[in-house]
Design a protein around this ligand. Structure first.
Ligand SMILES: Cc1ncc(COP(=O)(O)O)c(C=O)c1O
Length: 382
């Protein structure tokens, strides 16, 4: 009988809720992916590159043309000149980039601080490396860093802090001032950062994303991760990248080289072409998703759900205590799917220990207008 290295890992709630949505025919506002396609020109480019014979391994660090495009974008958006050769690595998805960064850094006995609620891939990656996650709950109701708790959680064993802004599931943003405060806190300690910025271009109401790439001091000890899947509406392409100073990138690449070696070649060619031809795509994303957020929230205004509009990401949290205060959120999500035809994600699954009175579900609004209208109609009828 095999002894599991990850005894606490089962089928994730994302798979379960998407399956339940399929079985019941519910509208799927659970897992975070669009129900519309990426840009036609981007999809056409893949076919073109496959036909042109771009079907063999790309360089281990990623296609040079794509790394150049990422460097150009970083300069444009965050004002930092990074080396496409030594600081940017293309990976098969942001999740793999995070995994490689963690394996490159963490040794047995190291502690990694994660902020709850947090994305579910962090902890198994830390455990496989022999480390231990120390869970620091974000403050309520705004999901901001609780500095006292963070301070209390630091120990001589702390080797890494994982940040995620814009934040899944809450949509909260870390500000530049908070990054400054973090820099002061860890200045004299041997602590690194993984900054999960896969929703970097999804920030609303005129806010600016405070990227760790743009923070001179923090960047020196950071792996900054993003996802082409989120930015170009092609989550199934599982293509992402990590930006880190040369010495950190070199260590990450040692792992990446033996986890996958490289990303999918024709996808990288297509992304490089599209980024060169359509730099405006990322500029237009905030307005594109803000319109979806606002449509969904305006329509939900007639429901008994309570919410504050998400500041970023394509997720909207909603408090359902006025509807079914008797149900915990996992049961509520199942009830909403089975009885009311809308699949959601319960927020407690993002916690090691969720607050007892948590009555929040997460809706994904990366959906066509028609889907959002149908979902809101069902939710308003409850
Ligand atoms: C916070 C966060 N990080 C990483 C990822 C994964 O990105 P990718 O699909 O590129 O691996 C997701 C996807 O849902 C996410 O929400």
């Amino acid at each position: 009988m095999i002894t599991s290295k990850l005894p606490n890992v089962g089928t994730t709630i994302f798979t379960r809720m998407s399956q339940l949505a399929m079985e019941t025919g519910a509208l799927n506002l659970s897992q975070g992916f669009p129900d519309f396609d990426g840009p036609q020109a981007l999809r056409d480019a893949v076919g073109r590159h496959i036909a042109a014979g771009h079907n063999q391994y790309s360089p281990m660090t990623g296609l040079p043309a794509l790394r150049e495009q990422v460097a150009t974008k970083i300069q444009r958006c965050y004002g930092r000149a990074v080396s496409a050769d030594s600081e940017i690595t293309i990976t098969p998805g942001a999740t793999q980039a995070i995994f490689c960064a963690i394996q490159a850094l963490i040794r047995a006995g190291d502690e990694v601080i994660v902020f709850d609620p947090c994305y579910d891939s962090y902890e198994p990656a830390v455990e496989l490396a022999g480390g231990r996650c120390v869970h620091v709950p974000l403050g309520q109701p705004d999901f901001a860093i609780d500095w006292q708790r963070l301070n209390d959680a630091l120990s001589p064993k702390t080797r890494l802090i994982i940040l995620n802004s814009p934040h899944n599931p809450s949509g909260a943003l870390i500000s530049r001032t908070e990054l400054d405060r973090l820099a002061t806190l860890i200045r004299d300690r041997d602590i690194y950062l993984v900054s999960d910025e896969v929703y970097e271009h999804l920030v609303f109401d005129g806010a600016q994303h405070a990227s760790v790439v743009a923070h001179e001091e923090l960047y020196q000890r950071a792996f900054v991760v993003s996802s082409f899947g989120k930015t170009y509406h092609v989550t199934g392409w599982k293509t992402g990248y990590v930006v880190a100073p040369a010495a950190l990138s070199a260590e990450l690449r040692k792992v990446h080289q033996y986890v996958s070696f490289c990303g999918v070649t024709p996808l990288q060619w297509a992304l490089a072409d599209f980024m060169a031809e359509h730099p405006e795509h990322v500029e237009q994303l905030p307005a594109f998703y803000q319109a979806k957020r606002d449509l969904f929230c305006d329509l939900l205004g007639d429901s008994r759900f309570c919410f504050t509009r998400a500041a970023g990401t394509f997720f909207q949290l909603a408090d359902y205590s006025a509807i079914r205060d008797d149900l915990e959120d996992v049961a509520m999500s199942e009830w909403l799917t089975r009885e009311h035809g809308v699949a959601t994600i319960p927020v407690s699954v993002f916690y090691q220990q969720a607050p007892k009175d948590l009555r929040l579900v997460r809706f994904c609004f990366a959906k066509r207008e028609e889907t959002l209208r149908q979902a809101a109609e069902k939710l308003c009828a409850i």
